[in-house]
Design a protein around this ligand. Structure first.
Ligand code: PEP
Ligand code: MN
Length: 332
């Protein structure tokens, strides 16, 4: 149940009520909002004088559901707006990892040249092997900060665990929570306490219900700016790295109010399929795409097989712009 209290109900009254109902208490548009479990179906009449509106749900998709907010939430990233009444499809491009100043500068220059405003690159990499490159850490974040200052780009970078979440919040314009970290409640709860946009990636064995429930951890903490990212599931198929769940995307579009960004690069695992998938994803009318691109993919320190080179990325962008235009959207 989501309970909107009347304007003017004070903090003490809202907190006391939240305690009595074991509810989360947040403030939206200057009024208190309480969120209880969806199992709660009735509210005692003693609260009538303070309650403005009540929303009931049949499962724990509450803040994220279209029953609560019919329109897709608007999320603002610098001077870019996605969701809401905007028909924007945000292109996020950049290498898997920050590897050096020269490499990330080359990526940033490509984004500027192509009119793309958001640069991605990881500094804390959640690798499958401890012997693989783990990222440059804080040094990488400082390089991304430099790219923002020099080129005016928005920066998205991932948090691997809760030990460096405050660093990520400080340096990123969008906080990426990766497929391997998306159940980490320390990360999710901390993300709920900032207003920075959070890109929550779906784990490769995560059901749609669990995915949305993890988003609810952030939303119920008070952060409205949650973006969902589908990046492929693990199936019986080994020919491609993962299987991009576009049926799941249709479900999320239908039932949730959260903007959606699709990541064909990690789903495919190979550069050859990324452009086709990117066009298909764009045609679904989602709020954005995330594409890995590297100045020299052959020598990339992580995800080398799937990263596009600059020429391939440039060509992809041209064709997705055409698809976007055909469905009344604009790539930003
Ligand atoms: C990434 O974006 O580089 C990444 C590690 O993605 P995922 O969490 O989807 O594996
Ligand atoms: Mn990667």
């Amino acid at each position: 149940m989501i309970i909107h209290l009347k304007n003017g109900v004070g903090q003490d009254r809202a907190s006391a009520m939240a305690d009595e109902l074991s509810a989360f208490s947040i403030v939206k548009n200057d009024a208190h909002v309480l969120i209880t479990s969806s199992g709660m179906k009735e509210l005692d009449a003693k609260y009538d004088e303070v309650v403005d509106k009540i929303y009931l749900f049949d499962n724990d998709m509450q803040m994220a559901s279209r029953e609560y907010l019919a329109e897709t939430r608007e999320v603002v990233i610098g001077d870019i707006k996605i969701g809401g009444a905007n028909n924007n499809t945000m292109m996020i491009g950049g290498p898997c990892s920050v590897e050096s100043e020269e490499q990330i500068t080359s990526s940033a220059e490509l984004m500027v040249e192509l009119g793309i405003s958001t640069l991605r690159a990881g500094c804390y990499k959640p690798r499958t092997s401890p012997y693989s490159f783990q990222g440059l850490g804080l040094e990488g974040l400082k390089l991304l900060d430099k790219m923002r200052a020099k080129f005016g780009l928005n920066i998205i970078t991932e948090v691997r665990d809760s030990t460096h979440i405050d660093e990520i919040i400080e340096y990123a314009d969008i906080i990426q929570v990766g497929a391997k970290s998306m159940y980490d409640h320390g990360i999710l709860k901390r993300c709920g306490k900032t207003n920075k946009p959070v890109l929550l990636k779906r784990g490769f064995g995560t059901t749609l219900k669990e995915f949305v429930q993890m988003a609810e951890f952030i939303l119920s903490g008070g952060n409205d700016n949650v973006i969902l990212c589908e990046r492929g599931l693990r199936t019986f198929e080994t020919g491609t790295r993962f299987t991009l769940d576009l049926c799941g995307v249709a479900y999320l579009k239908e039932y949730t109010n959260l903007p959606i960004i699709l990541d064909p690069s990690h789903a495919m695992g190979y550069a050859y399929g990324v452009a086709d998938l990117a066009r298909a994803c764009t045609a679904m009318g989602v709020e954005g795409l995330l594409i890995e691109v590297h100045p020299n993919p052959k020598v990339a320190k992580s995800d080398a097989s799937q990263q596009l080179n600059h020429a391939e990325f440039t060509e992809l962008l041209g064709s997705v712009r055409g698809v976007a235009q055909a469905i009344g959207r604009e790539i930003v």
